[in-house]
Structures are given as structure tokens and as C-alpha cells.
Design a protein around this ligand. Structure first.
Ligand SMILES: *Cc1c(COP(=O)(O)O)cnc(C)c1O
Length: 377
């Protein structure tokens, strides 16, 4: 467990492993977040969005854990993600591909039992043709653009799909969906606009169940819940709504090892470009995580890491594999080679680091990379 010898004995926070960073994913917290969201949307159900390897946390592990908690609907962005996830879930789990059906992908999609989200009339026609070729009905979800102009059937293609549906056909629509652009903002008028458009679409496609809310949408009220919500970030502890206390539990902790300690005199330059110049004698630590490990370069001279609750500012530029922090505020000898400092944990949330980096929690999580020693707890 603990081998590094600091000036005052072995550091409590050091672990033996070749890895320079430890990413701890608290599956119990994930489960509690799922249950919190499921309760919020009941009697509607909660799906899990597990795209981008479950926001970087490991889709197979996250998927299997949530399946065991009763989740049966899993949304990926890409077909390859869906195929990778399939063996980790039982047969009754449905896996959806949000980005839709790529031309030529139809036979594989049908064979693997993946449910495409149909985003255009062309995709609808190709999927129908595939079903006719196979001589069986194939499942699909219809996504509508309600004002984000990103994915989903545009208004002018609705009529043709509605007509095809009216004639029976070979595609079985499981539910209809749309995606909110501003759900993290309670105040945004765009939420109501999109809800009104979705309500109109639900009249055109009467009888179909609705899937609408992402994490933010879950907290916009029951009008937004339909029969199935699609939270992602909130499962992983990110704040569903900006500017209000985060109701979710932190899932990810990240500690990174110190790989060098030094004391520099006033006037010393730190890091690439010499952008930081020490104004007084300073104790510095070089920490083994950089922008290749998800500490954005925009944290240069801005963000901080923590030890014993003490804020340790990042000085100079973030490098690819390391970042340098000012540890003068800690007692001398507290840190030694291999000591761990906190990137994410009790002192720093995803939102904190995202704010300092000028980005969002999603980008921090999905950028964490694969060089950390991962523990599921
Ligand atoms: C990513 C995504 C979600 C999940 O969004 P969160 O804000 O992470 O909850 C839901 N639906 C669609 C279509 C998405 O692309």
C-alpha cells in the first residue's frame, strides 16, 4: 500500500503501482443517482445515456451496474459503442444509437439487435427496406428536431413518415423522442418552445410514447418526462442544472501522484513558454497528469489541485503529461515523491474544474483518458 518515505514518515496517501493517477468510480453513488432520477420521473422510467464510454467511466461496467438496478434502456451515440455494450447486458435490455443509421449499416444493425434512432426520412426508408429484405419487423425510435437543428427529422419530413406509418409497414416504432437544447437552464424560454413543438408532434404521431428529458429535463417538471427520460451527466454526478445546488452525488474521484518536488528562487520560470515567473522563493511539485489525461490546457495558470483541503494553484502551462503546482502553502515535508494530490474529490467537483477550465463537466469527464489506474468501488 504505502511505501514512499517522506520527511515525516510514509505518506498516508501514497499507493504502490506503476500508475501515476488513480481514478475511483463509486458505483454505489452511481446507483443512488440512478434511483434519485428514476424517482424524480416516476411513473415514467429512466434510461441511461452511456455514449462516449459512459462519459469516460466505462460503458460495460456502468451499463451492467445500472441494468442490475432495473435500467433497461441504454443510449449510445454510435453503432460501434452499441455493439461493444451488447454482451454486457441481458437480452431484454434495449440499446439505441442516437446518431442514427449510417448508410450500409442496416444489415449489421438488424443482426446485432441494436435499435437505431431514425433521424431522417432517408434513414426511415433504408430501415424499412432492410425489414422487407429480412421479412420481419425491425424496431426503431423516431427522433424529431424540435428546435435544436442538430439531429432528428425536420418538420418537412414528418408528413412522409407519418403517412408511411399509417400504412402499417415493416418498422416498429417503439417511441418518439426529441432533445432539449437548454434544459440545464430553468429560465430558458427554449424549453417551453421545444415542449410545445413536441406536443404538436405527439398529436401528429398519436398513440406513441414520448422520450424527451435529458438530465436537466428531469428537473424541469413532469411535463417533460414522457414515459422515458434519458439522463447522462447526472448519473455520473454532474450538475443537471446550472446555478443551483447539485442534487446528485459525486461519482468520480481522481488523485494524481507527484513525480518531482523542488524549491525555486524568486525569478525562476515555470513551464513551457516561461509564462510563470516565481515572485518569491517557491516550493513546486510536478504532478503526473496533463492535457493528455484530461486536465485541459486552459487550466494553465488558473486551476488548482488539493491536498489536505489546501488549495495548490497550477502555475505555468499545463503540459501533455504533467502540470506544476505551487505547494508552498503546505507544511514542508508533507509531500514526497509519489504522494497523491486531489484533482476531483471532496475539495473539487467536476463543475469547479470545468469552470476554471472554461468548459463543462461533460468535457472534463470524457477527456480523462486511459492512463489512470481505475478502481470501481
Ligand atoms: C447526450 C444526450 C443525452 C444525455 O444528456 P445529459 O445532459 O448528459 O443528461 C440525452 N439525449 C440525447 C439525444 C443526447 O445526445
Amino acid at each position: 500500500m504505502d511505501t514512499a518515505l517522506g520527511e515525516d514518515g510514509p505518506s498516508r496517501t501514497t499507493r504502490t503501482s506503476g500508475a501515476c493517477g488513480y481514478l475511483t468510480i463509486n458505483l454505489a453513488a452511481l446507483e443512488r443517482n440512478y434511483e434519485r432520477l428514476a424517482k424524480e420521473v416516476a411513473p415514467a422510467r429512466a434510461a441511461a445515456v452511456v455514449k462516449a464510454d459512459a462519459y469516460g467511466l466505462g460503458a460495460s461496467k456502468i451499463g451492467a451496474t445500472l441494468y442490475a438496478r432495473g435500467c433497461r434502456h441504454f443510449f449510445t451515440a454510435q453503432f460501434v459503442e452499441a455493439v461493444r455494450l451488447r454482451p454486457h447486458l441481458d437480452k431484454d435490455a434495449l440499446i439505441f444509437v442516437l446518431n442514427g443509421l449510417q448508410p450500409g449499416n442496416e444489415p449489421d444493425c438488424a443482426r446485432e439487435g441494436i435499435v437505431p434512432v431514425i433521424n431522417s426520412l432517408e434513414q426511415w426508408q433504408r430501415w424499412s427496406t432492410q425489414a422487407q429484405t429480412l421479412g420481419r419487423r425491425l424496431p426503431a425510435v423516431l427522433q424529431f428536431d424540435t428546435g435544436m437543428s442538430r439531429l432528428g427529422l425536420p418538420p418537412e419530413e414528418r408528413g412522409a413518415v407519418a403517412a408511411a406509418l399509417g400504412m402499417g409497414g415493416t418498422v416498429e416504432v417503439l417511441f418518439i423522442m426529441s432533445h432539449l437544447a437548454s434544459a440545464d437552464d430553468f429560465e430558458s424560454g427554449q424549453n417551453g418552445d421545444q415542449l410545445a413543438e413536441m406536443t404538436r408532434i405527439a398529436q401528429e404521431f398519436a398513440g406513441f410514447d414520448i422520450c424527451f428529458a435529458n438530465s436537466g429535463g428531469v428537473f424541469l417538471g413532469s411535463n417533460y418526462h414522457g414515459v422515458l427520460a434519458r439522463p447522462g451527466i447526472a448519473l455520473y454526478g454532474g450538475a443537471p442544472t446550472a446555478g443551483v445546488p447539485n442534487p446528485m452525488e459525486q461519482v468520480v474521484q481522481l488523485e494524481v501522484a507527484i513525480v518531482q518536488l523542488r524549491t525555486v528562487p524568486a525569478g525562476a520560470r515555470v513551464g513551457y513558454g516561461g509564462t510563470h515567473v516565481a515572485s518569491v522563493e517557491t516550493r513546486l511539485a510536478t504532478v503526473a497528469a496533463g492535457y493528455a489525461d484530461g486536465l485541459p490546457r486552459s487550466l494553465s495558470g488558473k486551476g488548482a489541485l488539493y491536498c489536505d483541503g489546501v488549495r495548490l494553484p497550477i502555475v505555468g502551462r499545463v503540459s501533455m503529461d504533467s502540470v506544476t503546482i505551487d505547494v508552498t502553502a503546505l507544511p514542508a515535508g508533507r509531500l514526497s515523491l509519489g504522494s497523491l494530490v486531489e484533482v476531483l474529490g471532496p475539495n473539487q467537483t467536476l463543475e469547479d474544474i470545468a469552470r476554471d477550465a472554461g468548459t463543462i463537466s461533460y468535457e472534463i469527464l470524457t477527456g480523462l483518458g486511459d492512463r489512470y489506474d481505475r478502481h470501481y468501488r
